[in-house]
Design a protein around this ligand. Sequence first.
Ligand SMILES: Nc1ncnc2c1ncn2[C@@H]1O[C@H](COP(=O)(O)OP(=O)(O)OP(=O)(O)O)[C@@H](O)[C@H]1O
Ligand SMILES: [Mg+2]
Length: 315
Amino acid sequence: MCPIRLNAFIPDFLDKRLLFVTGKGGVGKTTVAMALGIRAAMEGKRTIVCEVASTENASRLFAQSEVGFREVELANDLWAISINPDEAMREYVLLQLKVKAMRDLLFRSRMFTYLAAATPGLSELVTIGKIWELAQLDRKVKHGRKYDLVIVDAPATGHGISFLQTPRTFAAIARVGPVHNQAKEMEQMITDHEQTGSVIVSLPEEMPVNETARLEGELRDDIGISVDHVIMNALYPETFSPADIKKIEKLGKSEDPELRAASRAAVSLATRTAAQHEQLARLREMISADISTLPFIFKPELDLKSARQLAEEVA
Ligand SMILES: Nc1ncnc2c1ncn2[C@@H]1O[C@H](COP(=O)(O)OP(=O)(O)OP(=O)(O)O)[C@@H](O)[C@H]1O
Ligand SMILES: [Mg+2]
């Protein structure tokens, strides 16, 4: 991909070091995370997009083989990684335990697998630990690159809130020691509004709008993370003016069955679009973050071209 610099306004939230893309299941978090990654890379920011649910959608969009637990370059200034908790834990232990015999014992005895099963939240903690590590300027991992921006395609809400709460929970449980200190450092980074932000993805439907309003409150009040922006995804374009619709409705009374069918389809699209715009207006009433919209892309499956189109439309 050429490093095209866009003249358009660059969204403020792309100036953070760490950005969580959150929202309800299926609203377009992965698509938006990739579009934001492409947009940041277009602006010359060295960006990595982290998938945590290991769905590998990002690599699919770039028609690449699976990314896995590696920092893979997808395009100029754009990398991706799929964070697997087992691998993240392994890496953590290798970095922490200097005594080789101890490390071997841990891995050979499958101690981590048992430990993770017995400790709720441990997998989430090591996942966030890896995200935190990627966002450091002074990386301890061998050949670790410095990124300007780490974008996280966060798990769907429900899991999303508890996922972001994990460092605080662990910092409280382990009152002293390395786990306490590291969890505390992660929590401080997540709640530092200068460094870390979040974007909520929503859809123009009643339930996702309600959920977005609730999520905005929870992220701000319960987690303490900055909610920088809401992206209303998949909005239909307002194709017909009210005058057009009146004319189209008249065609519904035509003798010609094809004209009647076309009229019905156009009126149904106009009704759906109007309902979507009502939901957008409701969202504006219900939340305080800035909102921008992304269009519905009429394709059976989104490809790289669609992701670039969305990247250019962001904010
Ligand atoms: N603007 C858009 N126009 C058309 N289709 C879209 C748009 N955004 C997302 N989609 C499609 O909607 C589906 C869900 O999107 P996506 O996988 O990004 O959602 P998600 O929030 O990450 O889902 P999950 O919670 O399952 O991880 C995908 O098939 C995607 O291609
Ligand atoms: Mg997803």
